[in-house]
Design a protein around this ligand. Structure first.
Ligand code: RTP
Ligand code: MG
Length: 148
């Protein structure tokens, strides 16, 4: 089954949206594999957003992600990488559809509430960057027989 890395960014944590965001993925039918509240070391933030190293907003992005605790998670389920991105909505909240997380709660591109892996390769890279194997739970959810 597919896994993805999702993170409630510092603005989402400060605004009390961790529970709301977890509920959306639980209600959809996905399985939570890992979750932790943590303040992000600068080096980890730089590695996480390495693809944006040359972009003019890179410094601001790293400052923001390290500015307060984030809630890092791994979620599992069929097509979870693509579907989670749809549930998050477009990067710019002004383009994100109502009903998506960024559409419902975000106001600016810099403070857009949530991160999600954008491809299978990113998901694999980000999961191993943020979590070790011991932090990843392997378990059955009996409701899965009614989800799939
Ligand atoms: P994320 O990686 O955080 O899940 O967001 P994303 O895939 O939707 O967007 P991405 O292109 O990967 O950009 C990463 C984050 O950088 C910030 N950004 N700021 N000032 C700007 O023009 C600008 N563009 C992007 C956003 O916070 C975006 O989520
Ligand atoms: Mg991205």
């Amino acid at each position: 089954m597919e896994k993805t890395f999702l993170m409630v960014k510092p603005d989402g944590v400060q605004r009390g949206l961790i529970g709301e965001i977890i509920s959306r993925f639980e209600n959809k039918g996905y399985k939570l594999v890992s979750g932790k509240l943590m303040t992000v070391p600068r080096e980890l933030a730089e590695q996480h957003y390495a693809e944006h190293k040359e972009r003019p907003f890179f410094g601001e992005l790293v400052d923001f992600i390290t500015s307060g605790p984030v809630f890092a998670m791994i979620w599992e389920g069929e097509d979870v990488i693509t579907t989670a991105r749809q549930m998050m909505g477009k990067t710019k909240p002004s383009e994100a559809a109502p009903g998506t997380i960024r559409g419902d709660f975000g106001m600016t591109v810099g403070k857009n509430i949530i991160h999600g892996s954008d491809s299978p390769a990113s998901a694999e890279r980000e999961i191993s960057l943020w979590f070790n194997k011991e932090e990843q739970s392997v378990y059955e959810k009996t409701i899965d027989a009614w989800v799939y």
